[in-house]
Design a protein around this ligand. Structure first.
Ligand SMILES: NC(=O)C1=CN([C@@H]2O[C@H](COP(=O)(O)OP(=O)(O)OC[C@H]3O[C@@H](n4cnc5c(N)ncnc54)[C@H](OP(=O)(O)O)[C@@H]3O)[C@@H](O)[C@H]2O)C=CC1
Ligand SMILES: Nc1nc(=O)c2c([nH]1)NC[C@@H]1CN(c3ccc(C(=O)N[C@@H](CCC(=O)O)C(=O)O)cc3)C=[N+]21
Length: 352
């Protein structure tokens, strides 16, 4: 992948280079990450028989800050032009439907941000707001309507749902072809299985891999640790990194000695939701750190009275990690950009 990233840069500088068919596909699409099934092709089966060469570090490591906000912006600009092209060529625009249950403040903020992102990229959005005490039946009725609506190509249910609702039952009702969050068990199952390609990969893990590849990080044969195993981040993240041939360990709340496991990793993805859980001492010098955690902590010096903190002790990681994503401005904006990408892909599929 590093080779493709280099060739992309060469192309950007108008240099003449030779490309394989797979590279043509990668370079002509919005994302740099290749389609999953292509990773399973025999041309990629070059197992590592030798241990990766140790990287020597002298003194303090220079840490690159991976600018997720800027990368997401670049992706969004490309989406704008593809949406325009679709509108001109076939007279339609992608449509996203969001189902929001209850009045949880952070969920309202996330949904507002998603809708704003749609507006800014020319994607049509529809919001269905249901009261906190609504029934499963009411949500399912709304989902069925969106599933049948041909102007809607992506449907998502904002999580978490109120306690009395059966999340699994509700997520099962989202049409497989419109499951832009990638939370349907069939999409998740296909992500787990070699030789299969899910219609959608969950937005946060997909955004993390795109960040890693754009930062020039090789994944095959690397030790990756994912902290967290939730259905929405940790689990699909581990599955996706495996598809890219990383050796993946999962750390969760019952793991013994998480510090030791994490210190073995070349790539650390932290998604526990515990502010500053990962200390500088947990990191192998030169590790690449992707911080998914986003926790509001009280801070009276901030305008809103709080600030967002990641799972990684950022100040301590600087000087130890070779690269890190900040919070905010790292993974978060990529999650939204991937949602827009998945919605665009869904709309493209229906016009094939
Ligand atoms: N930036 C973005 O785009 C996104 C950010 N987030 C953020 O990511 C974080 C995680 O979200 P989500 O996956 O939904 O959270 P969940 O609470 O659903 O899952 C947390 C996971 O972390 C594990 N965990 C909790 N505490 C520890 C600990 N002390 N040590 C090791 N593992 C631990 C849990 O283990 P166990 O399974 O054993 O309980 C669980 O698997 C949150 O801060 C959330 O806000 C989430 C989605 C997108
Ligand atoms: N069905 C569903 N799909 C989700 O993808 C989903 C969800 N439910 N429930 C909640 C989590 C959380 N999540 C985030 C998205 C963007 C930012 C984000 O953009 N964060 C900005 C900061 C935003 C701010 O300032 O408030 C940043 O990190 O820079 C964060 C978190 C998606 N989630």
């Amino acid at each position: 992948m590093l080779l493709i990233a280099r060739k992309a840069l060469a192309l950007a500088h108008n240099k003449t280079i030779r490309l394989t068919t797979r590279e043509v596909h990668c370079l002509s699409s919005i994302l740099v990450s290749p389609p999953l099934v292509s990773l399973d092709l025999p041309e990629n089966w070059v197992p590592y028989s030798h241990p990766p060469s140790p990287v020597a570090f002298e003194g303090e490591q220079k840490t690159v800050v991976i600018d997720g906000k800027a990368i997401a912006e670049d992706i969004r600009t490309k989406i704008v032009s593809e949406v325009w092209k679709m509108k001109n060529d076939v007279g339609k625009v992608p449509g996203l439907a969001v189902v929001l249950v209850g009045e949880q403040r952070d969920s309202q903020t996330y949904v507002r941000n998603k809708i704003k992102a749609c507006e800014e990229t020319g994607i049509k959005s529809v919001l269905a707001e249901l009261p906190e005490d609504c029934t499963e039946g009411e949500i399912i009725t709304v989902l069925k309507k969106f599933n049948e609506d041909t102007s809607i190509h992506g449907v998502l249910v904002q999580l978490p749902l109120p306690q009395h609702l059966d999340e699994a039952k509700i997520l099962n009702m989202v049409s497989l072809e419109k499951d832009v969050d990638g939370f349907h068990p069939l999409n998740m199952g296909n992500l787990a299985m070699r030789g299969r390609e899910p219609l959608f990969v969950s937005c946060t893990p997909k955004g993390c891999v795109e960040l890693l590849i754009r930062a020039g990080v090789e994944l095959a044969g690397k030790n990756a640790v994912v902290i967290g195993r939730s259905n929405i981040v940790g689990l699909p993240m581990s599955l996706l990194l495996q598809r890219y041939d990383a050796t993946v360990s999962t750390v969760h709340a019952f793991s013994k000695d998480p510090e030791h496991i994490t210190r073995e990793a070349d790539i650390v993805v932290a998604a526990a939701g515990v502010p500053n859980l990962v200390r500088g001492s947990w990191l192998k010098p030169g590790a690449v750190v992707i911080d998914v955690g986003t926790c509001p902590v009280e801070d009276s010096s901030c305008e809103q009275g709080y600030r967002l903190v990641g799972d990684v002790c950022y100040e301590e990681a600087l000087g130890v990690a070779s690269a890190i994503t900040p919070v905010p401005g790292g993974v978060g904006p990529m999650t939204i950009a991937m949602l827009l990408c998945n919605t665009l892909d869904a709309a493209k599929r229906t016009s094939l």
